[in-house]
Design a protein around this ligand. Structure first.
Ligand code: AMP
Ligand code: GLY
Length: 421
């Protein structure tokens, strides 16, 4: 099969390495990819948002399967564009991707179908939002931009002043652009966070092994929220008992709810959960694989990913048994100093072999480019160093040992992945 991956980060590199294990995959393209990905797939220079050019490329190159990995093209209808052209694509269509693209939609969905989540109100003007916050008078309180905001549209305000500033920056100053036309103001929840990605064909839902993301930039969960600084799988807080509660109260009800709304979801649905004292609750849905969750979940997958994609597209997922490796995986993200705010690019990376890899681990490239045979930094998150072992301690030891061999100017990574709540 000729396969086209759409996207350019560490998640896409993890998907590509898994697809390459499939005997069905004969030719793999990635648009637009990155330096490290160019060692595993043929790079295609098309922007992730350019539906017309993507479809044209797929037709010209007899693509049998497209994998749309990032949120923006999914929300914009990339899968619909391929379906209209008669090309098979993995991922939700535009109507279903709204579960991530609009927090107002997802909160209202959960309320309507009794899916546990933080209590909330939605607003379309800042005056009403600020009045509500003042009257509610409980802190911290959480203010969220409605739309996609690169994972940064959530502000946890510790007092009234911070909450008012958050509302103003999102709704008046349009810090996240049109994403801030509506906001959600919600109750602050506490407890360990768990990421559960699930394959679903709209009828049946098959959760993958659990994982835990570390979203803050610095050790001890300090600093700003990032796209994710590292992950482990399984998540130590996700017991079998909690998994059962999640299936009964969250996973299956969400799939049913989307069907009832006329928006059947096909693809990978990401459940961002918090295990609160009163049980698991949904913090957010994503309409795609998480990044860097994919980097620890996929190395543990034993079933052919191409078979899974086909089963999802053909709505035959219930017939397929999905197998996972025991043990654990850990991914430590190496970022450019200054990420997620301002950082420099173009620094030479040392310690990698000519394929951008290192013995004993898998190095997923997130933001690199290849110039004259050298890997250079080209983004905020640069590499995801991943290791699979019989337990979490060993996986972390191997990953950190490999990280110590990689160097570039001003590099930054957390030293406590897998060690915090
Ligand atoms: P989100 O983009 O919705 O995943 O939010 C980013 C992060 O903000 C989450 O991973 C949580 O750590 C935190 N967060 C979001 N909503 C809440 C909430 N209601 N209570 C506590 N923390 C939250
Ligand atoms: N790691 C969180 C996300 O992909 O949204």
């Amino acid at each position: 099969m000729n396969i086209l991956m759409i996207g350019s980060g560490g998640r896409e590199h993890a998907l590509i390495k898994k697809l390459l294990e499939s005997p069905k995959c004969t030719k793999l393209y990635c648009a637009p990819g990155n330096g490290g990905i160019s060692k595993d797939a043929e790079i295609v220079n098309i922007s992730v948002m350019d539906k017309e050019k993507m479809v044209e490329f797929a037709k010209e190159n007899a693509i049998d399967l497209v994998f749309v990995a990032p949120d923006d093209p999914l929300a914009d209808g990339m899968v619909d564009a391929f379906e209209e052209a008669g090309i098979r694509a993995f991922g939700p269509n535009k109507k279903a991707a709204v579960i991530e693209a609009s927090k107002v939609f997802s909160k209202d969905l959960m309320k309507k179908y009794n899916i546990p989540t933080a209590s909330y109100e939605t607003f379309d003007n800042s005056k009403d939002a600020v009045e509500f916050i003042e009257k509610n008078n409980t802190y911290p309180i959480v203010v969220k931009a409605d739309g996609l905001a690169l994972g940064k549209g959530v502000i946890i305000a510790k007092d009234f002043e911070e909450a008012r500033e958050a509302v103003t920056s999102i709704m008046e100053d349009k810090k996240f652009g049109e994403s801030g036309n509506h906001i959600v103001v919600e109750e602050f929840l506490t407890g360990p966070e768990v990421s559960v990605l699930a394959f679903t064909d709209g009828k049946c839902v098959k959760p993958m092994v659990s994982s835990k993301d570390h979203k803050r930039a610095y050790d001890n969960d300090e600093g700003l929220n990032t796209g994710g600084m590292g992950t482990v799988s399984p998540n130590p807080y996700y017991t079998e008992k909690i998994a059962k509660v999640c299936m009964d109260t969250i996973f299956a009800p969400t799939i049913n709810a989307m069907n009832k709304e006329g928006r059947p979801f096909k693809g990978c649905l990401y459940f961002g959960l918090m295990i609160t004292p009163s049980g698991p609750k949904v913090i957010e849905y994503n309409a795609r694989f998480g990044d860097p969750e994919a980097q620890v979940v996929l190395p543990r997958l034993d079933t052919d990913l191409v078979d899974i994609c086909e089963a999802v597209i053909d709505e035959k997922l219930s017939d397929l048994e999905i197998k996972w490796k025991d043990g654990a995986a850990a991914c430590v993200v190496i970022a450019s100093g200054g990420y997620p705010v301002a950082y420099e690019k173009g620094k030479e990376i040392s310690g990698l072999d000519e394929n951008g890899q290192l013995d004993g681990v898998i190095v997923y490239h997130a933001g690199t480019k290849l110039e004259n045979g050298k890997f250079l930094t080209n983004g905020g998150r640069v590499l995801g160093v991943t290791s699979v072992a019989e337990n979490l301690d060993k996986a972390l030891e191997k990953a950190y040992n490999a990280v110590s061999k990689i160097k570039f100017d001003d590099m930054h990574f957390r030293t406590d992945i897998g060690r915090t709540k």
